[in-house]
Design a protein around this ligand. Sequence first.
Ligand code: DQA
Length: 151
Amino acid sequence: MKPRIAVVHGPNLNLLGTREPTVYGTTTLAQIDEQLQRLGEQLGLRVDCTQSNHEGVLVDRIQAMAHDQTRFVIINPAAYTHTSVALRDALAAVAVPFVEVHLSNVHRREAFRRRSYFSDLADAVISGCGGLGYSLALHWIADKLLTKAQT
Ligand code: DQA
């Protein structure tokens, strides 16, 4: 069975493509998810993508990972990065390793975006590489899982 990787997108990321294109680019979320599905097939990973604008829905999705064999999470918590103890606690509770991804470089923007409730728990953080950041995260996870399988 292929290792299962969950991709979780937070609020307003459904608007990618038209949302502040100078900050977030013109690639849509559907295009990012398609690229990840294709890459997952090449790397031998099963990729499940979810987006929600609702914190509780995202908490429920993360809680489900305790029972659905998810091996790794790629999460862009979007605005919840800077506010959500609930999402942080959910990730800590299920204890599935995760990569935090941001399309923009959050450190080059407003001061409030520099605080993340996730980075100190994350295995890796990618910020400022646009949509490519998700693919980089998937490559890194594939490498990590493969190395683990060999040791
Ligand atoms: C974001 C950065 C956040 O500060 C912002 O609220 C987002 C997107 C990013 O991908 O760059 O919605 O996570």
